[in-house]
Design a protein around this ligand. Structure first.
Ligand code: ARG
Length: 599
């Protein structure tokens, strides 16, 4: 079923066009005076100005045209049109029509949201932690946002690949190998004559890697002899030295195994894991091509791509090949784009990466356009701000260290368990169910707290506040959803079932206002999804979910469903409960949040 607002917009835009006025002025928006009308179009004013006519006159002519079209498509007695003020066009739906539209939503699995007419191939690059380092909260935002974006884009019909572009190649790998040699020189990987085969068992655990990485990175900066060895080892690894390759594979697999545990906890899954190493073989031919075409130029021993044409006279060039011959982050990202364009046939690539990398992407995207690697593929950096602690600085542990994602998840689950105990649910539920509910509540807390913020904004993570069952929190939305389920259950026990949704009450009471507000809220669902999709901003979904829950709570307070004596009204209200429930479950699903059976 097409969205009501978009359907109206289309009709009105056609009428603008028929009058020789710019179609884009015919956009219909939600009314800002819901007491007067449901939708409005303000385009007659600028349109009249452009042709130097009286706006009310233009609006009048438009109304006649729109009415004619509406009578063919919807029947005019359902929508009353009127001019307001200097020339606004107001659309007011009849009560019966409101009932009918909302009732139709019940049988529409997409609840009034239209799928894309031309689905696109979309690659979402997200998660993307680094090998030998355990994920920290900085990777959390990419994971949560990216997952929601994948779900939303897929929901609206695109063919989406969620790709984990892990950092599993380059100098850091050489650093870890060299530091490991210092710690355990006796390992077979450090005997030059040994060409394998090597053990399938990793000689290092994740804890070893995490310990080794910072030491190695420090030594690399401070000790030139170590640094030059690292570069040699990295070079040998990239040339395929079997000892180093075998060792590297252990690092990679150990990290992936560890990260997957975190992703499972978060209910996040990737379609592909094409990390930097995947592009290793694809870089040299690309570099050769860029050299041959003249796009890459030699500068002080390095190969660079001049970007002044794209980014302005001050823009530094993109460093493609280091003077020693090594490839860089830029190089692998260009090879990645080439692969996504040529092999995956991507129409759009979305990079869900920290905003602090925005210059990197600016350069890479400019180079991809300039060199023709991505001619028509759209490249978007969906950057995000930092998650800070209460002190306003990037979230840390109590002793000031970087907090690991695993530990944060554990803290959140503990908080959720405590809340449920405070509600005495631990005495009613089996330990297994309690754990399941705690997990769902905990993950909802974390994800909603993250997703509700404007993507690009920094935000303060306040576990206590985000775990509350009131206000704009994950638990609040879950609780609202579960409560509706229990209302429906109770009704069924009394023999009451949802029926057709009928026209809202025509009276001037709080009860009627609450019912109407809930019904009209459903007309905004498709707009919220479209806005989130268009701007790659999941927070619009969070906002809508909160508004819908609040509208429902008001409705539930005013409309005493089980005490209602009119069976038609009662059936309609129960159907509204069902619709609210289904809409919340769907919306939370798009945010990657699962709803428990009860809580
Ligand atoms: N591994 C990188 C980091 O942790 C993020 C990679 C993002 N994706 C990309 N195609 N560059 O900073």
């Amino acid at each position: 079923m097409p969205s009501i607002r978009l359907g109206l917009s289309k009709i009105v835009q056609d009428c603008f066009q028929a009058m020789g006025l710019p179609a884009e002025l015919g956009v219909v928006t939600k009314s800002d005076r819901p007491d007067l009308c449901h939708f409005q179009c303000n385009g007659a004013l600028p349109a009249a100005k452009s042709i130097k006519k009286n706006p009310r006159e233009v609006a009048n002519q438009l109304i006649l045209l729109i009415q004619e079209k509406l009578s063919n498509e919807i029947r005019d007695e359902k929508i009353a049109l009127a001019i307001a003020g200097p020339g606004f066009i107001n659309f007011k739906f009849s009560e019966a029509y409101i009932g009918q539209i909302i009732d139709e939503l019940k049988s529409d699995p997409l609840m009034g949201v239209e799928k894309r007419q031309h689905p696109r191939k979309v690659i979402v690059d997200f998660g993307s932690p680094n090998v030998a380092k355990s994920m920290h909260v900085g990777h959390l935002r990419s994971t949560i946002l990216g997952d929601a974006i994948v779900r939303l884009y897929r929901h609206l019909g695109d063919d989406v690949v969620g790709d984990n572009h892990i950092g599993d190649w380059g100098t850091p790998m050489g650093m870890v190998i060299c530091e490991l040699e210092r710690e355990m020189p006796g390992l077979p990987y450090f005997q030059p004559s040994n060409q394998g085969p090597f053990s399938k068992e990793s000689p290092v655990s994740m804890a070893d890697l995490e310990r080794i990485y910072p030491v190695a990175s420090k030594r690399f900066k401070e000790d030139p002899e170590f640094a030059s060895k690292v570069l040699k080892v990295t070079d040998a690894l990239q040339k395929g030295e079997p000892r180093f390759k075998a060792l590297w594979l252990h690092f990679q697999q150990t990290t992936i195994k560890e990260d997957t545990e975190d992703y499972n906890q978060l209910n996040v899954h990737f379609d592909t894991w094409c990390g930097e190493s995947f592009y290793e073989e694809k870089m040299p031919p690309l570099v050769e091509k860029l050299k041959a075409s003249g796009a890459a130029k030699m500068s002080e021993g390095a190969w660079v791509i001049d970007l002044t044409q794209e980014l302005g006279p001050e823009a530094p060039p993109l460093l493609l090949v280091k003077s020693g011959g090594g490839f860089l982050y830029h190089t692998s990202d260009l090879a990645t784009i080439e692969y996504r364009v040529n092999e995956l046939k991507a129409h759009l690539c979305i990079y869900v990466v920290d905003s602090r990398q925005s210059f990197h992407f600016k350069q890479v995207f400019a180079a991809a356009k300039l060199t023709g690697i991505a001619k028509s593929t759209e490249l978007v950096h969906a950057g995000f701000g930092t998650m800070n602690g209460k002190d306003g600085k990037p979230f840390k542990t109590r002793d000031g260290g970087v907090l690991k994602l695993k530990d944060l998840i554990e803290q959140i689950l503990n908080e959720a368990r405590n809340r449920l105990k405070e509600m005495n649910l631990d005495t009613q539920y089996s330990p297994a169910e309690l754990e399941d509910v705690a997990h769902k509540v905990g993950i909802a807390t974390l994800k909603y707290a993250d997703l509700k913020n404007n993507r690009t904004a920094d935000y303060v993570f306040d576990l206590e506040r985000f775990s509350q069952f009131e206000g704009g929190t994950g638990p609040y939305l879950l609780y609202a959803t579960v409560r509706i389920k229990s209302i429906l259950r109770k009704a069924r026990e009394q023999g009451f079932e949802p029926a057709s949704i009928v026209a809202p009450l025509g009276e001037v009471t709080e009860k009627a206002r609450a019912e109407r507000e809930l019904m009209l809220k459903f007309l905004d669902y498709s707009d919220a999804l479209n806005r989130a999709y268009q701007h790659i901003e999941p927070h619009h979904l969070c906002e809508y979910g909160l508004e819908l829950s609040q509208a429902f709570n008001f409705f539930y307070k005013e409309c005493h469903i089980l005490k209602e004596s009119d069976p038609v009204r009662r059936g309609s209200w129960l159907a509204l409960c069902g619709l609210t429930h289904d809409c919340l479950v769907q919306l939370l699903g798009l945010l990657g949040i699962l709803v428990p059976n009860r809580m």
